[in-house]
Design a protein around this ligand. Structure first.
Ligand code: 26Q
Length: 810
């Protein structure tokens, strides 16, 4: 272990920490408020970490650059302590100083530099790349404001800005010397000399991209990688002096604020936000800045041997947001390094790979050609030329009397219908295209990218997602992690497959009791947090039934509320009905502009208000909505969960990752056969998961048949399902802030696009059966433990090893 490189022992740590407090604040530890104790400790760890662990890869190590507009890294202090192997010692030391590490960690800001699954996946991948010992670097954007903070007022989601940098971010280092320039707009000028021609760009606006680096420490402390986040600043400090002298300060500052806007906000819509010029600028800024840096480093290490770039460098693109990597890499090679167009295209394709994260058509990025061309004229020329060549090659590929030439072109061309289609751009510029679960990849091959799949089947592959088990089990769930380590040793931290060693403990009554006690402690910790943040009292004797994720129609939080209302109605109607007492816990954000999703949040809070204030049902059910779902409170929720709700309409969720985090923490999945639920189900076996509902092919067939009619569902069950639909508009739930007409219309007028009513009965029955099984706690704990024991496969370490072997060739 490396910790003795940082501190000799506990006493050494305590001494250094005390000194750090005095040095930073001139005040002894005892007199500092918790927040300042945190900053002093963070600064100490950051400084020592930097001094002791320099850049750690040999220059011939193949480098992976993971390009992502989102990195949801979460709080880092605890993470660094675990990865340096000093958490227990530091915790002891702080305890001896009369405080607690937990209290200090609670002070940390949670950088909200992402929306949800895609952003958190990128953060887990950084952790796993460092653990696997490869030179894997994140390349992203340093947003001045993270994803909005969510408050609940009158049952409604209210958004406020997330000023996460207000007190400084102790883990980042600004690297002025590594700034690069990025140009927007202007004109392309053609030059010709001796029959050779080339292009330059002139005019337009030049922006300075300044990197901030955050160290990523691999578990064991032997590898330190970095996450590089770019900030946009004006190229020159001078502003419009005429305007300034004329006293028009707003105009004088306009360029500065236009430039800074580029790195000001994270787009909060996790299913696309189309045609926004600022978004396009963000995408280009971090792509261009990242690639310029890569080429600079490569040239330093290998000289101008551009032909072999792909042997030394991988550029991985997280969804289509960095899709301009292809054309921008070509531009840099052709215009700035003098590489031939064909060779540059070949090199770009060898270097770049692409992951798709969604099948929803509205989430596939497209830009109006006019917007794209005006902002990035030279890039557009390259895109157009590559598109032209692609069309030519297609003509050679398919015989003209195949009859489907235009069909294929209409699906696969980059430029179509006045738009630049970023998914097609990504595929054409990549040597590898992957989906994020077995089912999702199959759907990509069968439908979303079917025509591409027929053309280049070898390019498509699956990489089932994973999560950092160190963060989401070890860090999130200390009592359970300790129990596991006592039983099987701590090898599972390095190799998550060692969790399989827990299988024999399924027969061990005292282990199962210990597990129950750990879960109890986790539930109490969550209950205290829920009380503090939402005012709701949770009874820890109840089953904790959890659905936490972004709000989206296809994820069907609405189906869950319908179940809650059904249980409520049955308790009131039938004195003999006695469900297993359950606390229904929801959390997640909805995009500001996504009205339907926000209405579902309001519905949940209204239902919570009705149920939690109804003494007739209070001992049986409670409902809590935890505000402002983020990595930090997610860790409190996953660890305390007993039922994991994964109920998306089959075929819609690319993978899901909360399903994996919850499974690790011994929650039993109640879910549809969607995304990675399919693989969870195969791994744990039918007796350790509860699956219900239509399968993906049945959903597709039902939709294709045109024979689904929501009112049929209503008419067939007026008593239970019909009653709930009525409650949306009859005032039963209106006490807090009114009825729910738009949800009613989504179901009954828009004909229930996500088949909530269709899956309702299967779902409620599955829930009844699952919660019924809770009565036998020993059997329940055994099944729960089996979920942890089988969760090793879902460590992102495994996922990263697959990327290394099949895509990055490391
Ligand atoms: C695009 C254009 C403009 C503005 C925003 C966006 C945008 C932003 C975020 C589009 C999509 C996202 C995020 C998508 C996402 O999180 N997808 C999830 O990815 C997870 C990791 O692979 C999967 O587990 C989830 O199933 C998938 O929904």
């Amino acid at each position: 272990m490396t910790y003795n490189k940082i501190f000799e022992n506990k006493q050494d740590f305590v001494e250094q920490y005390r000194e750090a407090c005095l040095a930073r604040y001139g005040t002894p530890f005892e007199e500092l408020p918790a927040q300042e104790r945190y900053y002093a400790l963070a600064e100490l760890i950051a400084t020592k970490g930097r001094a002791i662990f320099p850049e750690s890869h040999p220059k011939d190590a193949k480098k992976v650059y993971y390009f992502s507009l989102e990195f949801l890294i979460g709080p880092l202090l605890d993470n660094y302590l675990i990865n340096f192997g000093i958490r227990d010692m530091v915790a002891d030391g702080i305890k001896s100083m009369g405080s607690s590490l937990e209290e200090i960690c609670r002070q940390e800001v949670d950088p909200g530099l992402g929306n949800g699954g895609l952003g958190r996946l990128a953060a887990c991948f950084l952790d796993s790349m460092a653990h696997e010992g490869i030179a894997g670097y994140g390349n992203g954007m340093r947003y001045r404001y993270g994803l909005f903070r969510q408050y609940i007022e009158g049952g409604r989601q209210v958004e406020r800005t997330d000023n996460w940098l207000a007190n400084g971010f102790p883990w980042e280092t600004r690297k002025d010397g590594s700034s690069v320039l990025v140009r927007f707009g202007g004109q392309v000028v053609r030059h010709e000399e001796d029959g050779r021609f080339w292009f330059t760009q002139e005019g337009g606006d030049i922006v300075r991209a300044v990197p901030y680096d955050v160290p990523i420490v691999g578990f064991g402390g032997n590898v330190v990688n970095k996450l590089r986040l770019w900030s946009a600043e004006p190229y020159t400090e001078d502003f419009d002096l005429d305007a300034f002298n004329a006293g028009d300060y707003a105009r004088a500052n306009k360029f500065r604020s236009d430039v800074e806007a580029i790195s000001t906000i994270l787009y909060p819509n996790d299913a696309g936000e189309h045609g926004r010029m600022l978004r396009l600028k963000q995408e280009y800024l971090f792509v261009s800045a990242g690639l310029q840096t890569i080429l600079r480093t490569y040239e330093r290490d290998f000289g101008p041997d551009w032909e072999h770039l792909g042997d030394h460098v991988c550029v991985h693109t997280n969804d289509t947001h960095p899709a301009m990597c292809g054309p921008e890499l070509m531009r840099l090679l052709v215009d700035e390094k003098g590489v031939d167009f064909d060779l540059a295209y070949k090199v770009a394709k060898e270097t770049i790979s692409f992951t798709n994260h969604t099948v929803m058509p509205e989430a596939l990025e497209k830009w109006p050609i006019n917007t794209f061309r005006a902002l990035l004229p030279r890039l557009y020329m390259i895109v157009e030329e590559v598109d032209r060549r692609y069309r030519d090659s297609l003509a050679n590929h398919l015989s003209p009397n195949d009859g489907n030439w235009t069909d294929v072109l209409s699906k696969t061309a980059i430029l179509w219908d006045g738009q630049v289609r970023m998914a097609n751009l990504s595929i054409i510029f990549s040597h590898s295209v992957n989906g994020v679960s077995a089912l999702h990849t199959q759907i990509l091959k069968d439908s979303v990218f079917h025509e591409f799949y027929e053309l280049v089947p070898q390019r498509f592959n699956n990489k089932t997602n994973g999560v950092s088990h160190r963060r989401f089990l070890c860090e999130a769930n200390p009592p359970y992690a300790k129990l596991i380590t006592n039983a099987i040793g701590d090898g599972w931290l390095n190799d998550a497959m060692e969790l399989e060693k827990l299988v024999p403990f399924e027969q061990d009554a005292s282990f199962l009791e210990g597990m129950e006690a750990a879960k109890r402690a986790d539930k109490e910790r969550l209950a205290a947090y829920v009380k503090e943040t939402s005012g709701v009292d949770l009874d820890c004797n109840m089953v904790f039934d959890v659905q936490v994720k972004r709000f989206h129609a296809y994820k069907r939080q609405l189906l869950n509320v319908f179940k809650v209302l059904d249980v409520y109605n049955r308790i009131l109607a039938d004195p003999n009905y006695s469900p297993r007492p359950t606390a229904f816990i929801f959390s997640g954000k909805a995009a500001q502009s996504y009205t339907f999703a926000k209405e579902v949040i309001r519905l949940i809070n209204s239902v919570a208000d009705v149920i939690n204030n109804d003494e007739r049902v209070n001992d049986k059910i409670r409902v809590a909505f935890v505000p402002n779902f983020a990595v930090s409170n997610a860790q409190l929720i996953y660890s305390a969960a007993e039922i994991s709700e994964q109920i998306s309409v089959a075929g819609a969720e690319a993978s899901g990752t909360s399903n994996m985090k919850l499974m690790m923490n011994a929650a039993i999945t109640l879910g549809t056969l969607d995304g990675s639920n399919v693989e969870i189900s195969e791994l744990v076996g039918p007796e350790n998961i509860k699956i219900f509902g239509l399968h993906a092919d049945e959903v597709e067939a039902l939709r294709a048949s045109g024979r689904y009619y929501a009112w049929d569902q209503y008419n067939a069950d007026r008593d239970r399902l019909g009653r709930i639909v009525d409650m949306l508009t009859d005032g039963a739930l209106a006490r807090l802030s009114g009825n729910f007409d738009s949800i009613h219309d989504y179901l009954m007028v828009d004909n229930d696009p996500d088949l909530v009513l269709r899956d309702f009965h299967a779902y409620v029955q599955a829930w009844d059966e699952l919660t019924g099984a809770y009565a036998d706690r020993a059997a329940w704990n055994k099944a729960a433990l089996h979920n942890t024991a089988k969760a090793g496969y879902f460590s992102s370490d495994r996922t990263i090893r697959e990327y290394m072997a099949d895509i990055w060739h490391i």
